[in-house]
Design a binder for this molecule. Structure first.
Ligand code: NI
Ligand code: MN
Length: 229
């Protein structure tokens, strides 16, 4: 019944919890670091943080193949319906809902969210999961640093998933400050090294996290797992 997380490359993360496969930001086709193919990844739920192509990715194809319920902000959920998906669930910032896997709350994120065809995609979100075994995961998704991460951290985070790529999101320095605000038990960096533009030294960042915070940094290669609790 434990919860574990598999990084599938870039911002794509699979959470396996209590028999549920929760796939976040499934950009696999065209992702040079993808660890699996869109045609083989399991999903009972697909969570989309915002409308950009490197996050919506293969969500529609995977949902059609697996029958997964897709959860996103309301604007993206309406767009997904217009693409032919029926099992979609729209939410907004600050709202939570109890799904089969546990509770999901959408949090603030500072970023954009336009959809691949130019449709307005609402506001970008972070994904805050409260799983049935008690594991708590906060995926900041694409965002800059913001002070309210301190509030998010008050829930008690077992695993924080943070971008460190810079340019489009927090870079390593701000991600280190985010760890200090969130105070998670473990932290997994993502959204780096996919392309040269967001190349980072994750090992060096992990050393800073170890030295300056109480969190345990977990550096994965795409395809590798980490146990959340
Ligand atoms: Ni983005
Ligand atoms: Mn992105």
């Amino acid at each position: 019944m434990s919860t574990r997380v598999r990084w599938l490359g870039h911002a794509c993360v699979l959470v396996e919890s209590d028999g549920n496969n929760i796939l976040m930001d499934p950009f696999l086709t065209g992702n040079p670091k993808a660890a699996v193919k869109a045609s083989e990844v399991p999903a009972d739920f697909i969570l989309i943080s915002h409308g950009h192509g490197d996050h919506v990715g293969d969500a529609i194809d995977i949902a059609k193949r697996t029958g997964a319920t897709v959860v996103a902000n309301y604007e993206i959920s309406e767009w997904l319906k217009a693409q032919g998906l029926e099992k979609v669930h729209g939410m907004q910032h600050g709202g939570g809902f109890g799904f089969d896997f546990g509770r999901l709350k959408l949090t603030l994120a500072f970023h954009g969210s336009v959809l691949p065809d130019g449709t307005y995609g609402g506001n970008p979100a972070g994904l805050h999961l409260f799983l049935k075994d008690g594991a708590k995961i906060y995926n900041a998704a694409d965002t800059g640093l913001f002070g309210d991460m301190k509030l998010i951290g008050e829930a008690g985070i077992d695993l924080a998933i943070l971008p460190i790529g810079d340019n489009y999101t927090m870079g390593p320095d701000d991600a280190l400050r985010a760890v200090k605000l969130l105070q998670p038990k473990k932290v997994l960096p993502i959204h780096y090294d996919t392309w040269d533009l967001i190349a980072q030294n994750a090992a060096a960042w992990a050393e800073c996290v170890k030295t300056e915070t109480a969190a345990l940094p977990v550096i994965l290669q795409p395809g590798e797992w980490v146990t959340v609790k």
